[in-house]
Structure formats: C-alpha cells, structure tokens
Write a protein that binds this ligand. Structure first.
Ligand code: SIN
Length: 564
C-alpha cells in the first residue's frame, strides 16, 4: 500500500533494517534499488559484523550442470551435514537460488578470486562432495564482501535512498494495530524511535554466550531477544555449532597476558589437505570418522573434545598441521591462499609453514533462531528476519561450511521481495509459522545437587563459563539443570524478560545474552536425544556417536574432484 503525501505524491514505503552483516547490507541495497526508503541501523560501525570475519567463503553451484558438481549434490550435502533436521524446501531454495545472489553480489561490486583460466577459483571444505566455495582475497572473503557492500550502501546513502544510523543499539520492536511499526534505539546517549512499514532483523548470532568464540564482540543475541520479547516464535536453539579449529594462543602468549582476538583457522585449510594431530603428534580423526578431517563440523569438534578427554586433558587443545601443504604445493602457497591466517598466526609467533598451530573448538554459529517462512516472515506481522538470527530450518542441526553467507543473501533477498510485494499484509506471517514452544513453558527448576547453586554475581565472564562448561560441545541433563539454576538466579537481577530501562547499551546486551542463554538451555533440556551439534552424553544414541560415528552422514564424495 502506498501512502499519499499531503500534495498527493506517493510516499515510498519504509523498511527498517537492523544489522549490517551480509543479510542486512544486501537487503538494504535491494530494497533501496526498488525505490523503498531504507533506514539501516547497526550497533557499531557498518563493518562490525560476523560477516566481516568470514574466511572460507560462499558455497554455490554456479552453472547447471557445473563441471563435476550439481545443485542436487549441494542440496544432498547440506541435508547430510544438517543431520536430517533441515527444512528440505528451504535447502532447495538456498542451493537453487545461490547463483542468482552471487550475481547480485557481483552487481554490487564484490569480486571473487579467479583461477589461472579466469574462472572462479572454487575451494573444497569439509562435508562438501565437490569444490564449490567461492572466496575473495584468499581467506578474506567476508571482509571482501562486506567492504564492497558497504561501499555500495554509502553511495546509495549519498543519493539519499538509505539512511545509515551507526552505533545504534535497538532496544525494542514497536507494535501498533496488530503489527510491527518501528523500533526504539539508543544513540549518542539518548533513546529514539523510528517508524516504518516493516522491520527486518539481520542482527547475526550469539557467540558471546560462550568463553571461546570465533565471533566478534557484537554477537550478543540482540535480534533473537528483540523478536522473542515482541512475541515471535523461536526454534532449534539447542543447535549451536562449534568450529573445530580456532587458534589457541600459544602458552607463551597466554602467560604474557595476550588479549589477542581469537583467530579462526578456516575449514578451507583442511579442505586443502591439512590434518589434525594430538599432543603426541598422532593423527586421530581417521579413528573416529571415515571422512576424517573432512567430516561435518559438529563431528570434528566432538572428536577433538572426546579425544582430549581420552588423553586426560579435556580443557587442552590439539594441533592443525598445514606443513605438508607448503611442501606439496610449493613455497609461498599458504601465504598466498590464506593471507589472513598467515598474518594472524605470525602475530601469535607461529610460522605455520614450519610449525603446528594449536587449535580447539569455539562457538561459531547458531542454527536456531527466530522462526521464519521461506520469505523471511516471522510469526509477528511486519517483522522479518534473515541470516543467522533467523531459523528457516535451512541449517538443520548442523550447518554445512560456507552456507551461512549464502543463507543471508538468499533469504535477505526473499524477505525484501516479500516486503516489496505490495501490501503491508505481505509481510504478515502465514498462520503456519509458529514455534514449537514458548518461553513461558519453562518449568520452574527443581532442587538439584549443584556446585552452581550460588553462582555469584552476574558477569559476562561468569555467564560464558557456565554456558561453556554446561551447554557446550557436550551436554547432559545434570549439567543443563545446573546451568538452568545459575541462569535463573541471575535472571532475578538482570531481568531478561524485558528490555532494561537503561541508556547503557551494555545492559541491553547483558539482558539479551541472559535471555538467549535461558532459551538455549531450555531447548537443550527438552531434546533428550543427541542430534547434530546438540550432543548429550546421557542420550540413548551415545554409542553411535562415539564409534563408529553416525555412518549415515559420511560423504559420497566424487573422489576425482577432491584436491583437483
Ligand atoms: C571457515 O572458513 O571455516 C568458516 C566458514 C563458515 O563458517 O562456513
């Protein structure tokens, strides 16, 4: 519906986009291109997003048939990695429409790396049956994508079609007349409101829930909390993916009090042939899974965890050995193909062409989130969501490598298409969008034996410790109960159910994190069986999860394509 101005000129409809990762930037550009007035709010600078740190790339089958690859194979790999828990319709949309949005990115100035023939250079990553990962700047894909999209957004802002408001912490979603009508946000020490015809949440994830994470400081579950408080359905929150290879600062650096940011060692490094070894120099992955280092991410993280426990060092680390790549591909290969990791390891005092890199699993990606349909519509009319904050079901119980930037693109565009479809009702959710449970159903915790009965005062550090120790790579009923008690005790002070009455952004983030932690722990308690990234050591499927690992999810790899 188009409103009329007093002079009779049609007023463009307004879309409010919250978040400046790939989903938010791309959606803002598409909406502005279609004549929509766009207000883009981001809580830091435009580059402060998970997208910016993505290394590996974006998976896509660019042609059909592609040499040695098919969309059907991409679909099958995504479903397998997702442990049978994916929404197959969403996966089909994701893989089929990928090439459309890769072209969209290129239109906005994104350039991917090319091979010697001038064709896109395609990498292989774990659990992909063929090389299909587009990358930029070697291992700086996210930065390359984000920079190009930010440049395009700033140009459109210059032309007056997007208004960017940086350092804006959204505090609540406004509703009126049965639908979303805008947001409130903190900015420059004050609280403001902005009205619009729909709000698209593209706020990313929540890695800050855990002690070790690959995510930047901005990943504090804001969108999930905003949506939940607005009454939106959420789902699959028990599925939080831990990336197997986050660099652990070497002991010397730790002792010297290094506060260096965690460094992700991309899946693509194992895709190129690097292996994992333990403290004894032994390669251990083949003992656990036939796909060894190229097994799905949840499997590799769990194997590392179990292997360390078997070695009697559950809080220790293993090593990534990439030395063979330099030997087999020639001197300078690692620096050329992985410049970001080369610089990061060097800054930590490691020459990875000659030395092992200490690595351990770290919280990386939340498969669950705000329930949406295939057009990004949540269960609250006028509230859209896309990217990591959303749960289309496309990632199932464990996301396939390099499918996250792709999800932000494909479903960010689809959300804009729903918005553009004409009537405000087109951003209304169909009745079918509903979550399996609501937070109000959380049972009051009963008395439990716990060493966390008095968890001490709330702090982020304490919250992260509890989540890591009790709801991390491996959980069980008792650990989750203890976590629930600790979170419940903190909730009396931090009160996550309502947005704090505070002008301090950090207080809002704290409340959001605590709410997200409670929701995650509740979901993990409810799912008593292990599935994908949700692994319960008290599950009846435990034996299958240890040896042999679930054979259903091994790859049917096209051997001729691997390491081509
Ligand atoms: C990586 O490069 O390993 C991370 C990419 C992703 O999360 O898919």
């Amino acid at each position: 519906m188009t409103a009329q101005s007093p002079a009779g000129a049609p007023q463009p409809r307004r879309l409010i986009v919250v978040g400046s990762g790939i989903a938010g930037l791309y959606a803002a550009l598409l909406a502005a291109e279609a004549g929509t007035e766009v207000v883009l709010l981001t809580k830091g600078a435009l580059a402060d997003s998970n997208t910016y740190f993505a290394q590996g790339g974006i998976s896509a089958v660019l042609d059909e048939p592609a040499p040695g690859d098919t969309v059907a194979a991409h679909i099958a790999d995504t479903l397998k990695a997702g442990a049978g828990h994916c929404n197959e319709d969403a996966v089909r949309v994701l893989c089929t429409e990928a090439r459309l949005d890769i072209a969209g990115l290129q239109r906005f100035g994104v350039r991917f790396d090319l091979d010697e023939d001038g064709d896109p250079a395609l990498g292989l990553e774990a659990a992909h049956s063929a090389p299909r990962i587009l990358h930029a700047g070697g291992d700086a894909t996210g930065a390359g994508v984000a920079r190009a999209l930010i440049r395009a957004v700033l140009e459109v802002q210059e032309a007056g079609r997007i208004q960017v408001i940086g350092h804006a912490q959204v505090t609540s979603v406004l509703q009126g007349g049965g639908r979303v009508s805008g947001v409130n946000f903190l900015h420059n020490g004050g609280e403001f409101g902005v009205h619009g015809d729909a709000v698209l949440l593209a706020t990313g994830g929540a890695g800050q829930l855990f002690a070790q994470t690959t995510n930047p400081a901005v990943a504090t579950a804001d969108g999930l909390a905003l949506a939940w408080r607005a009454g939106a359905a959420v789902a699959d929150l028990e599925f939080f993916q831990f990336h197997p290879t986050c660099m652990v600062p070497p002991a010397g650096a730790r002792e010297a009090g290094s506060t260096a940011e965690p460094l992700l060692i991309s899946e693509a490094v194992r895709g190129e042939g690097a292996i994992l070894v333990d403290v004894n120099g032994e390669r251990f992955m083949p003992r656990y899974h036939p796909d060894a280092e190229l097994a799905p991410r949840d499997v590799v993280s769990r194997c590392i965890y179990l292997h360390l426990a078997a070695l009697g060092d559950p809080n220790g680390h293993v090593f990534l050995d990439a030395r063979g790549l330099e030997a087999s591909r020639g001197q300078g290969f690692l620096a050329k193909r992985f410049p970001t990791i080369t610089a990061g390891t060097r800054a930590a005092g490691i020459d990875w062409t000659r030395e092992l890199v200490p690595v351990a699993p770290a919280a990386h990606y939340w498969m669950g989130g705000v329930v949406t349909d295939l057009q990004g519509r949540t269960s609250v009319p006028g509230l859209l969501a896309a990217g990591e904050v959303a749960c289309t079901g496309v990632q199932g119980a464990n996301r396939l490598a390099s499918n996250s930037l792709l999800e932000g693109l494909v479903f960010g565009r689809r959300a804009v298409e729903a918005f553009l479809a004409g009537s405000p009702r087109d951003t209304d959710a169909p009745r079918a969008v509903s979550g399996p449970w609501q937070f109000e159903t959380v049972p009051a915790p009963g008395p439990v034996e716990t060493n966390l009965a008095t968890p001490g005062a709330f702090s982020r550090k304490a919250l992260r410790r509890v989540m890591t120790a009790h709801a991390g790579v491996i959980r069980d009923g008792a650990l989750l109960r203890e976590a629930s008690v600790a979170l419940g005790a903190w909730a009396a002070g931090v009160v996550p159910l309502h947005a704090p009455d505070s002008l301090e952004a950090r207080e809002h983030e704290d409340a959001n994190l605590l709410l997200a932690a409670q929701l995650l722990v509740h979901a993990a308690q409810e799912r008593r069986e292990s599935l994908g990234a949700h692994h319960r050591s008290d599950s009846r499927t435990r034996a299958a999860a240890v040896e042999p690992f679930d054979q259903r999810y091994t790859m049917s790899r096209k051997a001729s394509l691997v390491h081509d």
